[in-house]
Design a protein. Structure first.
Lengths: 246, 350, 304
């Protein structure tokens, strides 16, 4: 079934159009990697789905509900969780308090406790430093914290904006390992924005490439050639193929 | 076509000046009451334009500028009143001031210079603060002024009014100074100080990397705006013939800020337009408070409702159209070729 | 020794009032980055329900004639309600406006409130004699301290402790803290924006009404302008404490109370009237030293 349906989304910031009639469908259980150069509209797309930005035109349907123009907290309650760019931990709160922020809307306290244990299991460092101030953690630890925090809202769709930003490759590996584990164990649908196209290829799932507010390439990254991806990324897909650059 | 006229955007002060000239001439054909209203409006114009010089370019809301107006007003009182009256009413006045009896223009300028000097001292501290903290600090500036001038009985007459200031100011004098204020504001606006300050407001880090010192730009604008406000105060004193610390406190602050915001604080034309529009509105409301008969019915608003209406209008304006009536644009001289719109971005609408 | 003790209580009770005022300001600033210049007028409006609206010099008591618990409850609720209504009518529509705009809007709101009171009650101060027994002095270690001062200090202490507990331990407190730090992120985690802001405004209004009650008990007068001086100090206390820091605001309030009392004691007689000016001067010097206030929070820090 379709978990997320985006139809003809048009978003403008002042005089600049960030998204042009963008349409995208994500099925339940899928993993979708959104890539593309800077300014392609990736973050705008995520912010629009999350409810922080109101589109001028178009609709977003989540789990059968129309969520366009809804408040972010309503969208979160519907089962959508976003981990934004730059991590954005609550610096003045402890790790544990950070994790608890998203649990307010959940009724089942036992499930909340179970989820907390699970998060501590996937990310042991969070358990070790549960009472430390979140601002004191390292970049990688903070990334794990915000993913855990996003999980605590019991989402069906987890969206992560640039999980590898500012992190060493080794740390990024750990983060992605955890994400893949979550995907399976929690039956999560994942939407990951990742600038590194090679990381997108490694993770599998479906790749969607954005450029200048439009989708220029879509498909299984294992079936797309490097050449195709380069062309789309830099914007040469309209030009005739020159000598092979493979 | 890159003429001197266009490069310095002289169209704007020219249009504004001519409009005010027109209003003044028209008022002279009307009753004495109308002339007084227009003169008051022109004096307000000086104060609000002064306010614009700082608020419009920095985006920092200042609640303290009436202190400078007051300093200018009292300065004029000290230098133009008859010496014998001063001896009686203000015994603590320094001998030089007590004997001073200066021509009104000189007195006005001196009063404004005093205000500018105070602004220099105070501004060097306040301008280090962040925008919000600076605004709060300007509030305390106003409070200090009020406390000091209300209690320094021997020099300022305390909380009661000083009367007997020669009333040298009428429509033409007020108009002249309004034009001077507009010219000063315009010159600052197109100078490197005005532009520098605006760049600080829009992109502080980028401005810094261009070598622009935020604190200095703010200070220049603050001092100049205090000077112009001081001129307004001097005019006010010499129009009414009376000064009183409470006249330059919260009520006047609110009126002037409202005029600026309603017109649009980002442009000079906004300041001017705001003064004209709001003066007209207030005049209308005051007439209704006094009682207006339409046909057989007399509408009589309770006293104090004028302020309430203005306040409500202000709040509605801020919600619906925070950039004001002019939205940061300026009136300019109509040219035959396609005009380049003076596109000054509005700070209050970000 | 007794004189010093006397001054200590004076400073503490004055500081309590200022601290409560600063807290009301800081609560709203924390969640909304709004400096609420109408706060003092909300306080005054809530207090004026004690008397019936009339432009006569002597006003009959209205709520002021009710039994003490009912009176206190009504006034506090009035303050909270007025504050919440002001949010709903005005500030809700300015959630994404610049600080200059919101400051101006709150200034205008305050102006409207004050002038409404002017129309209803005239500008004359009216006498309201609330709890005369409170002005009876208690004997504490040799110092004669009015019961009201002790009440002020104890209420403030209890409130501060209670608020600190609420912020640290309760769900509402957690949500307020996260909303103050990163409002958008909090919303994306399901924190209801409107509820948090409502709580902040409600608390703020209640605090304002409380200060008003204490002030009226002390002075025996209600005056449409009584909000001004109190709130000005509250703003200044918030600034020197560091914008965005609740603890800093409280500390700032006590600091100004201490400086003010000290100046009252040590200034020569002729200079006493200028005491307030000296307090603000002292604040200016403090700001020269620490422009961002005593506690720098993320509210003011700029990220490149």
């Amino acid at each position: 079934m379709n978990l997320l349906e985006i139809h003809d989304l048009n978003v403008r910031y002042g005089g600049i159009t960030a998204l042009h009639k963008l349409s995208l469908t994500i099925k339940a259980g899928e993993t979708v990697m959104v890539t593309g150069p800077n300014g392609a509209g990736k973050s705008t797309l995520l912010k629009t789905i999350a409810g922080l930005v109101k589109p001028q035109h178009g609709s977003v349907v989540f789990d059968g509900q129309l969520i366009t123009g809804c408040a972010p907290e309503t969208i979160a309650a519907a089962g959508f969780s976003m981990v934004p760019e730059g991590r954005q931990v609550f610096n003045s709160l402890t790790v544990l308090e950070n994790l608890r922020v998203g649990t307010g809307m959940r009724r089942n306290k036992l499930a909340v406790a179970a989820d907390l244990d699970y998060v501590m299991d996937v990310f042991p460092v969070l358990g070790e430093r549960a009472l430390s101030q979140a601002g004191m953690l390292s970049g990688g630890q903070q990334q794990m914290l915000v993913i855990g925090r996003g999980l605590m809202t019991a989402p069906r769709l987890l969206v992560i904006d640039e999980p590898s930003l500012g992190l060493a490759p080794l740390v990024t590996d750990q983060v992605y390992e955890a994400l893949m584990r979550l995907r399976v164990e929690r039956d999560l649908t994942l939407l990951i924005v990742e600038q590194s196209a090679s990381r997108a290829v490694m993770t599998g799932g479906r790749m969607v490439m954005l450029r200048e507010g439009r989708i220029v390439l879509e498909g299984d990254p294992r079936e797309l050639t490097a050449h195709q991806m380069q062309q789309a990324y830099f914007g040469y897909e309209d030009e005739p193929a020159t000598e092979s650059t493979q | 076509m890159n003429t001197f006229f266009q490069r310095h955007r002289l169209g704007t002060p020219l249009v504004l000046g001519l409009a005010l000239l027109l209003i003044t001439i028209l008022s002279l054909t009307g009753s004495a009451g109308l002339q007084r209203t227009v003169t008051e409006m022109l004096i307000r114009m000086v104060m609000v334009v002064g306010l614009f010089i700082f608020v419009g370019h920095s985006g920092v809301m200042s609640f303290g500028h009436m202190a400078f107006v007051g300093i200018g007003a009292y300065g004029v009182a000290w230098t133009t009143m008859e010496p014998s009256m001063k001896l009686m009413m203000l015994p603590g006045l320094h001998k030089m001031l007590q004997q001073a009896d200066l021509p009104w223009v000189v007195a006005t300028v001196l009063g404004a210079l005093l205000a500018a000097f105070v602004a220099l001292l105070v501004g060097s501290v306040i301008m280090r603060l962040s925008g919000i903290a600076a605004s709060i600090a300007t509030f305390s500036l106003l409070a200090i002024f009020n406390v000091v001038y209300s209690n320094w009985d021997s020099v300022t007459g305390g909380a009661s009014s000083i009367v007997g200031i020669p009333t040298s100011v009428e429509s033409w004098q007020a108009l002249a100074f309004a034009v001077v204020a507009i010219v000063l504001a315009h010159l600052h606006s197109i100078s490197r100080y005005g532009l520098g300050l605006r760049s600080v407001r829009e992109e502080p880090v980028a401005a810094q990397s261009c070598g622009i010192n935020a604190w200095r730009q703010l200070l220049v604008a603050f001092v100049l705006s205090a000077f112009v406000c001081g001129l307004g105060g001097g005019l006010d004193a010499q129009f009414l013939g009376v000064v009183n610390p409470d006249a330059y406190y919260l009520s006047r602050t609110f009126t002037c800020l409202t005029m600026l915001v309603i017109g649009g604080s980002a442009s000079l034309s906004g300041a001017v337009t705001g003064v004209v529009v709001l003066s007209a509105l207030i005049e209308l409301l005051v007439r209704f408070e006094a009682g207006v008969s339409i046909g057989a019915i007399t509408i009589h608003l309770p006293t104090g409702s004028q302020e309430i209406v203005v306040g409500v209008v202000m709040v509605l304006m801020l919600i619906r159209r925070p950039a004001g009536l002019m939205r940061g644009r300026d009136w300019s001289w109509p040219t035959r070729s396609s005009p380049a719109k003076a596109n000054l971005k509005a700070p209050l609408s970000n | 020794m007794t004189a010093t003790l006397q001054y200590l209580f004076d400073a503490l009770s004055l500081g309590s009032l200022y601290a409560l005022g600063a807290l009301g300001i800081a609560l709203i600033f924390g969640v909304m980055r709004l400096v609420n210049f109408a706060h003092g007028d909300v306080m005054t409006f809530a207090i004026f329900i004690l008397i019936a609206p009339t432009t006569e010099a002597v006003a009959p008591l209205w709520v002021g004639a009710w039994s003490t618990p009912l009176l206190v409850l009504t006034v506090l609720v009035a303050g909270a309600a007025l504050s919440i209504v002001s949010e709903w009518l005005v500030f809700r529509h300015l959630r994404h406006a610049t600080p200059a705009t919101t400051m101006m809007a709150s200034f205008a709101l305050g102006f409207v409130l004050q002038n409404t009171l002017l129309v209803l009650h005239s500008s004359r101060p009216k006498a309201v004699n609330l709890w005369p027994t409170l002005s009876m002095p208690m004997n504490l270690w040799g110092a004669r301290v009015p019961g009201l001062q002790m009440l002020m200090i104890s209420i403030t202490m209890l409130l501060l402790i209670g608020l600190a507990w609420m912020l640290k331990r309760s769900r509402v407190g957690l949500e307020m803290r996260v909303a103050a730090e990163n409002f958008d992120m909090a919303r994306m985690l399901g924190v209801k924006a409107n509820r948090v802001i409502l709580v902040a405004f409600g608390l703020s209004g209640t605090l304002a009404a409380l200060i008003g009650l204490l002030m009226v008990s002390q002075t025996g007068l209600v005056d449409i302008r009584m909000g001004g001086p109190m709130m000005l100090v509250a703003f200044v206390a918030t600034v020197i404490g560091g914008l965005g820091s609740l603890g800093g605001a409280v500390l700032g309030g006590f600091l100004i109370g201490a400086v003010s009392t000290a100046l009252q004691a040590w200034l020569p007689l002729e200079a006493r009237a200028f005491r307030d000016a000296f307090v603000y001067l002292a604040v200016i010097f403090l700001l020269l030293w620490r422009p961002d206030g005593l506690f720098v929070t993320s509210a003011v820090r700029q990220r490149v």
